[in-house]
Design a protein around this ligand. Sequence first.
Ligand code: DGP
Length: 140
Amino acid sequence: MNETYDDSNIFARILRGEIPSTRVYEDDHVIAFMDVMPQGEGHTLVVPRAPSRNLLDAAPETLGPSIAAVQKIAGAVKKAFAADGVTIMQFNEPASGQSVFHLHFHVIPRFEGVALKPHSGKMEDPEVLKQNAEKIKAAL
Ligand code: DGP
């Protein structure tokens, strides 16, 4: 198995501006944008700018600012969607469910009694993603 970083992955291309994303936040360390296959309303991804395949090879200096951004986005999505809670997920290698090999954190608003939709399931309408991004931006 080849567990190295390959900068042709889709999030590296989003970071380089080669393909679009529905952004909600960015700073010197991370960008955050809507997941195109949301497992719940407002599902957002926090992606460190620094390249690493996943948590296992990330530089410790990358992790602090990344988790601080995850906390910031978690608070914003909870407020934006009046959620009851927020689930944070992060996958390492295919056996765990990872499909994009640039470190990222899933931030998903949760509502009492509402189950998560399947991981990497159905593509969301871009207009819905745009509207949800506006709600999150307004809550930041
Ligand atoms: P995972 O590597 O298992 O954490 O899953 C990758 C997630 O990224 C999955 O929830 C779907 C989402 N995703 C895949 N391709 C794209 C894309 O091109 N743009 C955006 N915004 N999300 C993507």
